[in-house]
Design a protein around this ligand. Structure first.
Ligand code: MEV
Length: 315
């Protein structure tokens, strides 16, 4: 039996980085997906395959002895095999439409899709358990994850997320059209999160003040979402970007993109770790063609995205 699952990518509307230190964040799933196929095989092996290559590993081989970016998938397969089918194997194939390393949740969506597909092989359907497995998997490559990205990829829609309080689905979401602009600078989330930790250690008062400002901004942003006030929401995104600028995760290219779309979108900011990656802009429907033309004229890739309400889908 082949078990399939797909999970959406994500954007962070508010609160990246600050969420790692206990502030809430507002995230949305977007309509661009990863699909994972998995099956039990007779050989006692774990086989992982994607556009980035293929590996075959014995299920008992310790994870720290394997040098591969496929560690999250190995973790998922190992855990399930050891618990239930120690003499068999698992094959996982990942197909992703989400560009990696640019803040769109590629790695979290892969973890959620793989955890969903493999869990189904073992008749595990609890979203809570699948999410925990996906977070454990992500931690094999990025131990500091707040869990926010995996949670939005799992549940879809728009959520408010907090490491201590958990998450809450935001109902009655406005009809938001987003433009996602790729700076072309690939980042390592782990590295940028480490840089922010260093910034926080060196500038505790500044960081604390920004954390308080971010919390206040998020409360106001949630109100703007409730009132379907996209103009105000866009303004708050610009404000959030100024905090991200202060903690050092913006780049020249990000600043140049923000400048290009300043007058043709309602507001824009980094999504995810920064240090390059993507900018998300809240589109102004009357100026969207103009915005896209300006972005393309400046040789940046961009696509338009909508909120995806499905989250993890198994089939
Ligand atoms: C990365 O998409 C978001 C960060 O806040 C890290 C995290 O929450 O795990 C930078």
């Amino acid at each position: 039996m082949i078990s399939k699952a797909s999970a959406p990518g994500k954007v962070i509307l508010f609160g990246e980085h600050f969420v790692v230190y206990g502030t809430s964040a507002v995230l949305g799933a977007i309509d661009i997906r990863v699909t994972a196929n998995s099956e039990i095989i007779n050989e006692n092996k774990i086989i992982i395959e994607s556009d980035f290559g293929k590996i075959s590993v014995h299920p008992k081989k310790p994870l720290n002895q394997v040098k591969t970016s496929f560690k999250p998938f190995l973790h998922i397969a190992k855990k399930m095999l050891v618990e239930s089918k120690p003499n068999e194997g698992i094959k996982i194939k990942i197909e992703s439409k989400i560009p990696p390393g640019v803040g769109l949740g590629s790695s979290s969506a892969c973890c959620v899709a793989a955890a969903g597909a493999v869990s189904k092989l073992f008749s595990i359907h609890s979203k809570h358990d699948i999410l925990n497995l996906a977070i454990e998997a992500e931690k094999t490559i990025f131990n500091e994850t707040s869990g926010a990205d995996n949670t939005i990829c799992m549940y879809g829609g728009l959520i408010e997320y907090n490491t201590k309080k958990g998450f809450r689905k935001i109902d009655n979401t406005p009809d938001m059209q987003l433009l996602v602009i790729n700076s072309g600078q690939i980042h390592s989330t782990k590295k940028i999160v480490k840089n922010v930790r260093t910034f926080r250690e060196r500038n505790p008062q500044i960081f604390q003040k920004l954390t308080r400002m971010e919390s206040r901004l998020i409360k106001k942003a949630l109100q703007a979402i409730k009132e379907n006030d996209l103009v105000t929401l866009g303004r708050y995104m610009v404000e959030n970007q100024s905090y991200l600028e202060k903690i050092g995760v913006s780049t020249d290219r990000i600043r140049s993109i923000l400048q290009i779309i300043n007058n043709t979108t309602l507001g824009a900011k980094i999504t995810g770790a920064g240090g390059g990656g993507c900018v998300i802009a809240l589109a102004d429907s009357s100026k969207i063609k103009q915005a896209v033309r300006q972005i393309k004229e400046n040789d940046y890739d961009c696509f338009s995205a909508k909120i995806d309400f499905k989250g993890l889908d198994t089939f």
